[in-house]
Write a protein that binds this ligand. Structure first.
Ligand SMILES: *Cc1c(COP(=O)(O)O)cnc(C)c1O
Length: 405
């Protein structure tokens, strides 16, 4: 049946009848304690945040170095907006490339000790664009079971064959690589450097050895590692002191760097290739001057003020030891991400709510962000937390441990 042009047939259906299935799914999420509504904050994303007019100590952020509220960073962003305006006006390959973008790419390349860097609008876009540009249906991706959603989605979109290996398990990766000696055109191993919800590290030295043995490329996603781990704060490879021509380093500017954006660092030809083929780069507007200036200033701070990283590390240690002495089980390691495993989503939410009553923000992380049965509190330290912030948080954790079933 065709409709006459320009006429919309009147419907007798109410909206609820059209979208009713979605309403049912939302109700099912509520029944399973998986419904999510954003909390709204009134001031800066800082060590103290304001919600409903009330101050909360923030242990819930990826703003590890506190740079979102750093006066020098804020000034750099403001000055860039005044000088260069609010937007870039076009994608990078049309007319959106400003001298700021070029300078940031050069500075990031020297920080990562690679030949070149390509900026993206977000870390999510960087993963999507890089993976889909590098592999296709003929190829195989070897991916850690707990990799970030942007890696999973990029991998699916690439249509490459997926081999999912057990979390951080180089032996399982090797058995999957060995199973098929000649799998196709390309092999790409992809892993988070620091796993976002667990805070542990990929076994990068062994992964690089396996890549050498099996002729694979390695993409390491340092979203939570850049600016945080390694003697220079340069990420997972810096932490382990390893390097390889097979290594592609992905980073975000949205976590320790206090702003937004993502980037890929690697050999000049790889970056040049991505500049042509990575669709979220080609078909998306270049990041705004304030965004780029934020990252430039943040990078300068990461390079020249290592004491902030040291403070982050010692704060995480103080928090971890305190939580353990209260009887919480918290894994060790060099990152500021401290997961407290709970299990059922309802309990994780109840604990998070109780902490908020005590003035502490620590979010419940539930499926689909983490696997079923592994709901948790994800507590994160910041470099700008004071000793008394941490002690107050630990008092709150002690109280809720008593009172929450
Ligand atoms: C946050 C995150 C991303 C996405 O970065 P955005 O800049 O927030 O889009 C990618 N990978 C990992 C591991 C992350 O944690």
């Amino acid at each position: 049946m065709t409709l006459p042009r320009g006429e919309v047939r009147a419907t007798t259906l109410a909206t609820g009848e059209v979208f009713g299935e979605l309403t049912e799914e939302l109700q099912a999420l509520k029944a399973a304690d998986l419904y999510r509504a954003p909390r709204v904050f009134e001031g800066r994303a800082d060590r103290v945040v304001i919600k409903d007019g009330r101050e909360l100590l923030c242990f819930a952020s990826n703003n590890y170095l506190g740079l979102t509220a750093d006066e020098a960073v804020i000034r750099a962003a403001s000055e860039a907006a005044l000088r260069y305006g609010t937007g870039s006006g076009a994608s990078r390959l049309v007319s959106g490339t400003m001298e700021l973008h070029v300078r940031l790419e050069e500075d990031l390349a020297s920080f990562k000790k690679t030949e070149a860097v390509l900026l993206f609008g977000s870390g999510f876009a960087a993963n999507l664009g890089t993976i889909t540009a590098l592999v296709g249906p003929e190829d195989v991706i070897y991916t850690d079971r707990l990799n970030h959603a942007s890696i999973i989605d990029g991998s699916r979109l690439s249509k490459a064959r997926l081999e999912v290996y057990a979390h951080a398990d180089a032996d399982d990766l090797e058995s999957k690589l060995a199973r098929n000696k000649n799998p196709g055109r390309r092999r790409l191993i992809v892993t988070d450097g620091v796993f976002s919800m667990d805070g542990d590290l990929a076994p990068l030295p062994r992964i690089l050895d396996l890549a050498e043995a099996y002729d694979a490329w390695v993409l390491v996603d340092d979203a939570h590692a850049s600016g945080v781990i390694g003697p220079r704060g340069a990420g997972t490879a810096d932490y382990y002191g390893v390097d390889s021509p097979r290594l592609i380093r992905l980073g975000t500017l949205s976590k320790a760097f206090g702003g937004e954006g993502g980037f890929v660092a690697g050999p000049a030809d790889l970056v040049d290739y991505l500049r042509h083929k990575a669709r979220p780069f080609v078909f998306s507007t270049a990041p705004s001057p304030a965004t780029v200036a934020t990252a430039l200033k943040a990078l300068e701070i990461v390079k020249t003020e290592p004491h902030r990283r040291e403070r982050l590390r010692s704060n995480a240690e103080r928090l971890r030891e305190g939580l353990r002495s209260l009887g919480y089980s918290v894994p060790g390691g060099p990152t500021p991400i401290l997961p407290i495993m709970i299990g059922e989503p309802g309990r994780a939410v109840a604990l998070s709510k109780a902490l908020e009553e005590w003035g502490v923000l620590a979010p419940a992380i539930r499926p689909p962000t983490v696997p079923n049965g592994t709901s948790r509190l994800r507590v994160t330290a910041m470099a700008t937390h004071t000793d008394s912030d941490i002690d107050r948080a630990l008092r709150a954790f002690r109280e809720v441990r008593r009172s929450t079933p």
